[in-house]
Ligand binder design. Structure first.
Ligand SMILES: [Zn+2]
Ligand SMILES: [Zn+2]
Ligand SMILES: [Zn+2]
Length: 149
């Protein structure tokens, strides 16, 4: 049950500038529950597009999000805001970032903790494996083939 520390992905848009850490600036704790998962999650999240899938609308190759409802890949609010537009058009609330695997609920307007929220763990793990080629460190799998560093 050793928790390996070195291979965890950054859990959110961590800025290099953390001098104000602790003040009421950008960083907030991800939520450990969200009322919108029941209506926002696809029933088949075992099969998702690969993390290098471009935005469905503008073909932007990076900073994309995966809609966890319809599995569309769309770009972030820092590119052309296509995932935000998608939420406004469809009310699909929950999306997973392919840049850092964080999960965002547009309705809660907050990050969700995919390691704690059971409904999110399978898709988080699937995305992690697609992105990094191995299971995430917290995963207690039957196959001990992940090498700890
Ligand atoms: Zn786009
Ligand atoms: Zn969607
Ligand atoms: Zn929510």
């Amino acid at each position: 049950m050793a928790t390996s520390s070195s291979t965890l992905p950054e859990n959110g848009p961590v800025e290099e500038d953390e001098m104000m850490f602790g003040a009421e600036s950008g960083w907030v704790e991800p939520l450990t529950s969200c009322d919108h998962l029941a209506t926002s999650l696809s029933s088949d999240l075992a099969h998702i597009p690969t993390p290098d899938t471009p935005c469905n609308r503008c073909q932007n190759p990076s900073e994309n999000w995966l809609c966890l409802c319809c599995k569309e890949v769309l770009c972030s609010r820092f590119v052309n805001k296509h995932m935000l537009q998608h939420f406004r058009e469809t009310n699909h609330s929950v999306a997973l970032s392919y840049s850092d695997l964080s999960v965002w609920c547009f309705t809660c307007d907050a990050y969700l903790n995919a390691e704690v929220i059971l409904q999110l763990r399978p898709v988080y793990e699937t995305a992690y494996i697609l992105k990094f080629g191995e299971a995430p460190p917290f995963h207690i799998g039957e196959h001990p083939k992940v090498e700890d560093q």
